[in-house]
Write a protein that binds this ligand. Sequence first.
Ligand code: SF4
Length: 206
Amino acid sequence: MNITEIEDTLSENIGNYLESTFSSIQNMDLDLTTEQIIDINNETYFNIKNHALKSKQAMELLGKNGFAIVDMFFPNCLYSYHLKDSKLEVSGLCDKIEIIDGKYYPISIKHSTPPIKGVWDQDAIDLAINAILIEEEFETEVFVGFIDYTKINERRPVVMDVNIRKALFDIINEVKDIEYNKKVPTVKINDKKCGNCEYKNICLKE
Ligand code: SF4
């Protein structure tokens, strides 16, 4: 398969898609000029060329066929998937679950600034909750998840090892202690956070 054939395949339904998108844009009355619409159109075709080139390179480098490459670049995904485990009394909303070769990968999308290396502890714990909920829901094992830091357009991995699982269960137990045993949690006072907190009038921080 050469680049033109890949490009043709990727652009197959794009004409109809652009037509319906532009008619929706016109109905929205966004005051877009004809030049702006042409720019969006050109950018779409530029992105298709870019994807075709990447797909061709990946096919050659990895010695895989087009279907395997499509699975790699455009994996099956579930978006904003609600997960719940009644036994653990935990629920979560996973931004995205990518399914590749029958394996499930939870993805968190964060718009905040990431640390220099790795991920923030809180982001890792959020992802770990989704990982254990996915394991329960789909009767599978999750070995790794990813945080997509949109600000720097970077995906960073989080390995679901024993340490992160232990940290997560410690937090779940702590919350249950607060809920059922009325344990008063220790609080970290932060002027910026507390100032905007909806619980500031009832919080026992003082
Ligand atoms: S007011 Fe209390 S609950 Fe709110 S952020 Fe501050 S310490 Fe936490």
